[in-house]
Write a protein that binds this ligand. Structure first.
Ligand SMILES: NC(=O)c1ccc[n+]([C@@H]2O[C@H](COP(=O)([O-])OP(=O)(O)OC[C@H]3O[C@@H](n4cnc5c(N)ncnc54)[C@H](OP(=O)(O)O)[C@@H]3O)[C@@H](O)[C@H]2O)c1
Length: 348
């Protein structure tokens, strides 16, 4: 982004001047606004509702939108992005991320997949393109967590690098400004950092007060990447298939509720403030104007105190919500096998 201008800033009550929103500087010098709007409708919100939220959120001061081919709504979001640019917003003042879905990892598919996202989003380039998951395993949208791809594979670094080389080509061709990863682990990232010609600029990872992933978070920062935090509010509206009995609820945590009451804000907004002050870039989802506006206002008003930050640091419950069961590659595995918990890549 050349600059974070105030063009199309609607000075209506509560809107946030985009030039006042803090940003993260990537290793290229590019600036990413510290809060983005998520666009996964969780099977609850249709593409039209999400696209309308994108358009309205931009008019309220958002400049960072987190998209993905698999969310099935990039064409509708593209219309919103087009409309807003026709009204005068410059492309370089938006930060748009998209992601390569698992069924398009093969070398011959990557560039075509990115071009499809670009066509749908009506853009000439993406600011960031991520490999959505490090597994090439396909599952149809909406299937139960017990569903498995009969051709599912484990993480094979050689194959991941073949995919990565295609992402590097996207940068060389000017279709993408930065490339990055999502749902990675430290051992996988170490191999990628060793072998990449173009370094990952960001890692998108689940991050919320009950799942702080301190070790991976620190590794990402120390490696010169930006940590983008998904499900920053604890994904309270996530699909039923992504819920288990042991899951905890961040916005019902007494520590979060007490801080929210003290500041006179919704517990969700406390999660957004905590995320930004900790140093990650949250991408909260909402189609409700009061919610997405509150999540943007969160980053320019009334910061949490050091004591409040410390109190939240202590409520980590190591509670992963998006476990990824559908990506397992053989029988008798548990979701933990996807996450290299003993510090080594789980063997095939
Ligand atoms: N890379 C990946 O693999 C990956 C995985 C998951 C998500 N993501 C990205 O991360 C984004 C966010 O994650 P998420 O949608 O799972 O969860 P989230 O942002 O933690 O939670 C979203 C839900 O929180 C509620 N909410 C949001 N702001 C609120 C506010 N100010 N006050 C009250 N409630 C509020 C809304 O509930 P109601 O709808 O009930 O209002 C909304 O549906 C996604 O949209 C997607 O872009 C990426």
């Amino acid at each position: 982004m050349a600059n974070l201008n105030s063009q199309l800033f609607t000075p209506e009550s509560g809107a946030v001047d985009p030039s006042s929103v803090p940003y993260k500087t990537l290793y290229t010098g590019a600036k990413m606004p510290v809060v983005g709007l998520g666009t996964f409708g969780s099977d609850r919100y249709n593409g039209e509702a999400v696209a309308q939220a994108v358009k309205d959120a931009i008019s309220l001061g958002y400049r960072h939108i987190d998209c993905a081919a698999v969310y099935g709504n990039e064409d509708l979001i593209g219309q919103s992005l087009h409309d807003i640019q026709v009204q005068g917003l410059k492309r370089e003042d938006l930060w748009i991320t998209s992601k390569l879905w698992n069924d398009m990892h093969d070398e011959q598919n990557v560039i075509a997949a990115c071009e499809k996202s670009l066509r749908d989003l009506q853009l000439d380039y993406l600011d960031l393109y991520l490999i959505h998951w490090p597994f090439p395993n396909f599952h149809a949208p909406g299937v139960d967590v017990s569903s498995r791809d009969p051709h599912a594979k484990p993480y094979i670094h050689e194959n991941y690098m073949k995919t990565w080389r295609q992402l590097e080509k996207l940068v060389e061709r000017g279709l993408v400004k930065h490339i990055g990863t999502s749902n990675m682990t430290i051992p996988k990232l170490k191999l990628l950092l060793r072998d990449a010609a173009i370094k990952p600029a960001c890692n998108e990872m689940e991050l919320h007060p009950h799942f702080q992933q301190s070790e991976l978070f620190q590794f990402v920062i120390d490696s010169g990447m930006v940590a983008i935090g998904f499900s920053p509010i604890g994904s309270p509206a996530r699909p039923d298939r992504d819920r288990t009995e042991d899951d905890t609820v961040d916005i019902e945590d007494p520590v979060i509720i007490e801080i929210a009451q003290r500041h006179g804000i919704h517990p969700a907004v406390v999660c957004v403030k905590w995320a930004v002050q900790r140093g990650q870039v949250p991408i909260p989802f909402s189609t409700r104007r009061s919610s997405y506006l509150g999540n943007l206002q969160a980053v320019v008003t009334d910061p949490l105190t050091a004591d409040e930050m410390q109190a939240i640091a202590k409520i980590d419950k190591n509670c992963r919500l998006i476990k990824g069961q559908v990506f397992l590659w053989k029988d008798n595995q548990t979701w933990e096998d996807l996450w290299d918990l003993n510090g080594e890549i789980t063997p095939p």
